[in-house]
Design a protein around this ligand. Structure first.
Ligand SMILES: [Zn+2]
Ligand SMILES: [Zn+2]
Length: 101
């Protein structure tokens, strides 16, 4: 939260007129000002939050299921699949719960 100021990118013009096209200023979001409740950093292009890992699914709150499946991390396969944050790919790793390094 900060004082409202005229957008330094578009000088308050809210964007750029390119022939028939009006391109809204991406810094201020086409409002012509930043600050106050219009913080570029807060709007940003943030990735949606990751879905919770499968083993945090509420099904595991059911002890009947967790007792019968065995290892609830890998379902007895010895491997777990996770999303690698950097490459955004699925990677398999030895199950941390039932595999000893
Ligand atoms: Zn602007
Ligand atoms: Zn396991």
């Amino acid at each position: 939260m900060s004082d409202r100021i005229t957008c330094p990118e578009c000088n308050g013009r809210r964007g750029e007129q390119l022939g028939p096209l009006f391109l809204a200023c991406r810094f201020c979001g086409g409002t012509g000002w930043v600050g106050d409740t219009n913080e570029p950093a807060e709007r940003g292009e943030q990735a949606p939050p990751e879905p919770p890992p499968a083993w945090e699914h509420k099904v595991w709150l059911d002890s009947w299921i967790s007792q019968r499946v065995g290892c609830r991390y890998c379902l007895g396969t010895g491997k777990v699949t996770t999303i690698d944050e950097e490459s955004r790919t699925m990677v398999s790793a030895p199950c941390p719960a039932c595999t000893t390094p």
